[in-house]
Design a protein around this ligand. Structure first.
Ligand SMILES: Nc1nc2c(ncn2[C@@H]2O[C@H](COP(=O)(O)OP(=O)(O)OP(=O)(O)O)[C@@H](O)[C@H]2O)c(=O)[nH]1
Ligand SMILES: [Mg+2]
Length: 399
């Protein structure tokens, strides 16, 4: 995945890693299949400027693993933080089984987690933040639930440390905005998973579940959701946790990441529903285009003759639809030239308009029933035209 530098360090206390101690070695892009599962658990901790938190986190995680008698390693994946994270990690590695992977050419929480998982040697993988938002003492419970289920039920494919099941809480000073934001984000993911807290960054899964995940390409922060959906995890268990505010430092979650979440959801819907999701998005864009059309039409009517106003409004809506479909519905085809796609899109829409016109006028003139129901005929025309547009766009423009 990355061609970065990998600094590995550890004490030989419990789970010595395969690479040498404290030496910068070139990282080979380890494929999931290459990982050798020799220990019980790998805890993957993505970090960016977490020097203050790691000295608190690592001993607590290690203590809980030891108490549960789990043979384990802690993999810290850092994106070349400019604070003391690397030095602090090296120091901690003298006492605890910490492996530090430093990525110098790539940045991002989700890809860092995947990177760590690819290097992990545990039969079970746990992911948690470095800022002590996630309670270290719950790690063994998450691991156990993979095998024993949550309430002595079936084994789970995926276990979440959850804020939103009974017994789970967040710190009280979560403002209304943050709470609503989190709830809306969770609601949007509901068609993808029945989990109550699918956005969580604290979760556990078996390494074979990770390897079964197809085409991982998360944008942004929600790596747990990505793994749950792409690995086809059906039995998702949730362990209640108290989610604390970060102990030290500042959040790396920006507004941009929140918008990325919407794009990420779009991708996951497409993964799950295929062309049906694209059709839904195409229709959603089309309906916003209809509003653009009518608004432009009303303004243009004040400025120019009706026939020109109508043509310009349709062109404006068509351009709007093109821009949004290119950005969202068919985002994976943005490598092609926009100009060329635009010309094809307009041509494809012209055909759709003709189909629309022909269906509406044909039904009205040829079927007596529709002479009474001209608007219904027009509506069927719109549906036929839209379906035609979609097929053409899907097959020809955004191949
Ligand atoms: N490797 C790596 N880790 C990251 C990156 N961005 C964030 N992290 C780590 O991912 C974890 C979660 O990030 P946070 O900034 O705590 O995000 P959050 O939990 O949504 O926000 P707050 O807890 O409110 O600060 C932390 O351990 C961060 O250090 C990144 O680009 N690369
Ligand atoms: Mg955090």
């Amino acid at each position: 995945m990355s061609t970065d530098v990998n600094t590995s360090a550890t004490s030989a206390k419990v789970a010595p890693p395969p690479t040498s101690t404290g030496v910068n070695t070139p990282a080979s892009p380890v494929s999931p299949d290459a990982a050798v599962e020799t220990i019980d658990v790998s805890v993957v901790v993505p970090t960016y400027c977490e020097a203050e938190n790691l000295p608190e986190l690592i001993p607590q995680v290690w203590k809980s693993l030891q108490e549960a008698e789990l043979e384990a390693e802690i993999i810290v994946v850092d994106d070349n933080s400019q604070d003391e994270t690397v030095a602090v990690c090296d120091r901690l590695a003298e006492t605890y089984p910490v492996r530090l992977l430093v990525r110098r050419t790539e940045r991002g929480l989700s890809s860092a987690v995947i990177h760590g998982m690819r290097h992990a040697r545990g039969r079970t993988l746990v992911v948690m933040d470095a800022d002590l938002s996630h309670p270290p003492e719950k790690v063994p419970e998450l691991v156990a639930a993979l095998h024993d289920g949550v309430t002595a039920g079936e084994p789970c494919d995926f276990v979440i440390g959850s804020r939103y099941v009974r017994g789970g809480t967040t710190d009280e000073d979560w403002g209304l905005f943050r709470w609503v934001n989190s709830k809306v984000a969770t609601l949007l993911a509901w068609p993808l998973t029945s989990a109550r807290d699918p956005m969580a960054g604290f979760f556990a899964l078996r390494s074979e579940t990770f390897r079964a995940a197809e085409r991982l390409d998360p944008i942004g922060y929600k790596i747990g959701l990505e793994l749950m959906v792409k690995s086809g995890s059906r039995r998702v268990g949730e362990i209640p946790i108290r989610f604390r505010d970060r102990l030290h430092g500042t959040s790396k979650l920006t507004l941009k990441e929140q918008l990325n979440y919407l794009r990420h959801l779009g991708r996951l819907y497409k993964f799950r529903l295929g062309t049906l999701a694209q059709l839904a998005q195409f229709l959603a864009v089309g309906s916003t285009g209809m509003i653009v059309d009518l608004c432009c039409y009303s303004v243009f009517l004040l400025l120019m003759p009706l026939s020109v106003a109508r043509a310009l409004a349709i062109w404006a809506a068509m351009s709007w639809n093109f821009a949004f479909n290119r950005r969202f519905t068919f985002a994976e085809s943005r490598r092609d030239s926009a100009g060329r796609q635009y010309v094809f899109f307009c041509l494809a829409c012209l055909f759709g308009a003709v189909v629309n016109w022909a269906v509406s006028v044909g039904l009205t003139n040829l079927v007596p029933f529709f002479q009474e129901w001209k608007l219904l005929a027009a509506l069927l025309g719109v549906i036929a035209g839209t379906a035609f547009n979609f097929v053409l766009s899907h097959r020809l423009v955004f191949r």
